[in-house]
Write a protein that binds this ligand. Structure first.
Ligand SMILES: O=c1ccn([C@@H]2O[C@H](COP(=O)(O)O)[C@@H](O)[C@H]2O)c(=O)[nH]1
Length: 237
């Protein structure tokens, strides 16, 4: 399984969110020398399919962010199907519960070889307290994230996806063990878009994020490589 990053460059994951493989390959080639991993998410996977992974993996380890959420047998089957693609990280939703998370971990281990890190997505970074209430959750985002985080780790997740606002509370509650992958990152002054629980790259890393995920502030920049370099330069550890 992938080790924790040993410097600022390794902490940066760029989300290659685009619907065409040629555009994805161009972006990935521009930013790969500046980053630790490339993230392949639903937009590109739904457009280009599993074959989108190989060209990206030639440039950097790939974080396959499909946020799997289904019955345990189906999620385990999906992880078995993804194993030949050799992603470095795969996401599942913590809300799928302990049995689904345990099944995902078993399936990743059963596939053998250098298995992917299983990351449990806690509460999406686009969700606020009002949206949580709308889906029947009275807890505020921090409380809900820490609850899901504890459950997911006990069930076998290797790490968590959370917003930068919960990095310090998770470290306080659960220590330095959990690997934390953190989207909802916005350099000062950049457009927030649909993200809600955000912070700057430096704030997230200072609080204890292992990796930060940045998409549009880099992929929408005139010079994506320079935007990635500026973020890495802003990190203090
Ligand atoms: O809670 C989550 C989980 C995953 N994401 C993903 O991260 C990137 C963020 O992209 P930006 O353009 O920097 O907003 C995107 O691929 C999401 O699917 C997340 O934002 N929040």
């Amino acid at each position: 399984m992938l080790s924790r990053p040993d410097g600022p460059r390794g902490r940066l994951i760029v989300a290659i969110d685009t619907p065409t493989l040629p555009r994805a390959e161009t972006l990935a080639a521009q930013v790969a020398p500046e980053v630790g991993l490339l993230k392949l998410g639903l937009e590109l996977f739904c457009a280009a399919g599993p074959s989108a992974l190989a060209p990206l993996r030639q440039l950097a380890p790939v974080f396959l962010d499909l946020k799997l959420h289904d019955i345990p047998n189906t999620v385990a089957g999906a992880l078995g199907s993804l194993a030949p693609l050799r992603p470095a990280m795969v996401t599942i939703h913590a809300a799928g519960g302990p049995a689904m998370i345990a099944a995902a971990r078993r399936a990743a281990e059963a596939a053998g070889g250098d298995r992917p890190m299983i990351l449990a997505v806690t509460v999406l970074t686009s969700i606020d307290a009002g949206t949580l209430r709308a889906i029947g959750v009275e807890a505020d985002p921090v409380e809900q994230v820490v609850r899901l985080a504890r459950m997911a780790l006990e069930a076998g997740a290797d790490g968590l996806v959370c917003s930068p606002r919960e990095v310090a509370p998770i470290r306080a509650a659960l220590g330095e063990g959990p690997r934390l992958v953190v989207p909802g990152i916005r350099p000062a002054g950049s457009d927030i878009g649909d993200q809600v629980r955000v912070a700057t790259p430096a704030e997230a890393v200072a609080d204890g994020a292992d990796w930060i995920v940045v998409g549009r502030p880099i992929t929408g920049a005139a010079d994506p490589a320079a935007a990635a370099r500026a973020i890495v330069a802003s990190l203090t550890r």
